[in-house]
Design a protein around this ligand. Structure first.
Ligand SMILES: Cc1cc2nc3c(=O)[nH]c(=O)nc-3n(C[C@H](O)[C@H](O)[C@H](O)COP(=O)(O)OP(=O)(O)OC[C@H]3O[C@@H](n4cnc5c(N)ncnc54)[C@H](O)[C@@H]3O)c2cc1C
Length: 333
């Protein structure tokens, strides 16, 4: 029997952020994950966008999230020597006088001063896209290359014998008053971070989840740009002349795999935005673990006190995970 303090189920950005926080506090853990099967994090663009929505408003609790995600991802860059996290401005296409006026009036607001800029044109996109009326620039936005970061952490934790590459079987969990046993693991606590696959979790699947599938095409552009473009969809550079393009929102779906419907949605938008020819290199899909309230769920089970959940990161896992992992360990567990 192996003794540990915490078992984590799932190594998406939620489970990973939690493990990093436990390690910081010197708390021993083991993670189970079947090689990121159906992981939303692995399909994501990893954009951290301070200004969202049709009304260009600041993202929920952004000022509180900012110091925590900055610290977490900067430390990961430093420890790995890689650039998983970087600043990446977003250029938002403004297609009408109305959009332009809304942007300009938001920019006047002192709360938005450090985040918003305005450009009547941008040389960066000439000959590449159908130019809009003007561009709103979102400063203070970032990119986390989750599809590179998670395999890096997977490799590290596997070599430290902290990560077990297998699917967790709920039937084999034995719950005691002061802990749990799972196969040959004995722990004081178990935290479920399975993303949208929480629907199979008999202890927590009654919670108000509202998962939504999304798909992206990865395209190759010969002469591209080095900022993120937000037009009808996002077109975001991910290195090696490749661009992440997406995504759609589908509440009805049969599985987490790439679909014709998702492909058609992204491609038809790309064909309207881009004037430069492009090649499709890949097609990614995932199911965002959203909740009805659009807020994360970090909680202890009402009856079985050794059981916890960290989920519901929805569309914003990159910015929410480090902050809520800190609160989970500091306040809930
Ligand atoms: C197309 C798309 C674009 C997105 N773009 C962005 C973006 O730009 N910025 C942003 O912040 N967010 C974005 N998101 C949202 C982001 O992906 C999620 O918020 C975040 O990844 C959720 O992380 P998670 O760890 O909760 O879930 P997941 O990433 O889904 O991870 C869950 C993990 O649990 C494991 N697991 C599940 N069941 C079990 C089990 N029984 N046993 C063991 N392991 C299990 C899975 O293998 C998986 O690795 C996007 C999502 C999609 C689909």
């Amino acid at each position: 029997m192996t003794n540990t303090e915490v078992i984590i189920v799932g190594q998406g950005i939620a489970g990973s952020a939690l493990a990093l926080e436990l390690a910081k506090k010197g708390i021993d853990f083991r993670i189970l994950d079947p090689n990121h099967y159906g992981s939303s994090s692995m399909a994501a663009a990893g954009t951290i966008n301070p200004i969202t929505g049709r009304n260009y408003v600041k993202s929920w609790i952004f000022e509180e999230l900012k110091p925590v995600f900055k610290h977490t991802y900067t430390q990961l860059n430093e420890a790995s020597g890689e650039e998983f996290y970087k600043d990446l401005p977003i250029y938002r296409s403004l297609h009408s006088i109305k959009e332009e006026n809304m942007w300009l009036s938001r920019k006047e607001d002192s709360q938005y001063d450090e985040y918003l800029d305005f450009h009547t044109s941008s040389d960066a996109f000439k000959g590449i896209i159908n130019l809009p009326q003007s561009f709103g620039e979102i400063k203070g936005s970032h990119q986390v290359q989750l599809r590179a970061l998670l395999p890096y952490l997977q490799k590290k934790w596997t070599s430290q014998q902290k990560l077990i590459n297998e699917d967790f079987d709920y039937n084999l969990l034995q719950v005691q008053e002061n802990g749990v046993t799972y196969k040959d693991l004995k722990a004081q606590k178990i935290v479920f971070c399975e993303g949208h696959r929480v629907v199979h979790n008999p202890f927590f699947n009654h919670l108000p989840f509202d998962p939504v599938k999304g798909e992206a095409l990865i395209i190759h552009l010969k002469e591209g740009f080095n900022v993120s473009l937000r037009d009808k969809i996002f077109i975001t550079p991910i290195g090696n002349d490749l661009y992440w393009c997406g995504a759609n929102y589908a509440w009805q779906y049969t599985d987490h795999l790439p679909s014709q419907e998702g492909f058609d949605f992204v491609k038809s938008n790309l064909d309207q935005i881009l004037v430069q020819p492009y090649e499709i290199a890949d097609h990614w899909a995932g199911i965002r673990p959203a909740t009805k309230s659009r807020r994360p769920i970090i909680a202890q089970h009402e009856v079985h006190k050794a059981l916890y959940i960290f989920n519901g990161l929805g569309t914003k896992g990159s910015s929410l995970a480090p902050y809520f992992a800190e609160r989970m360990v500091g306040e809930v567990m």
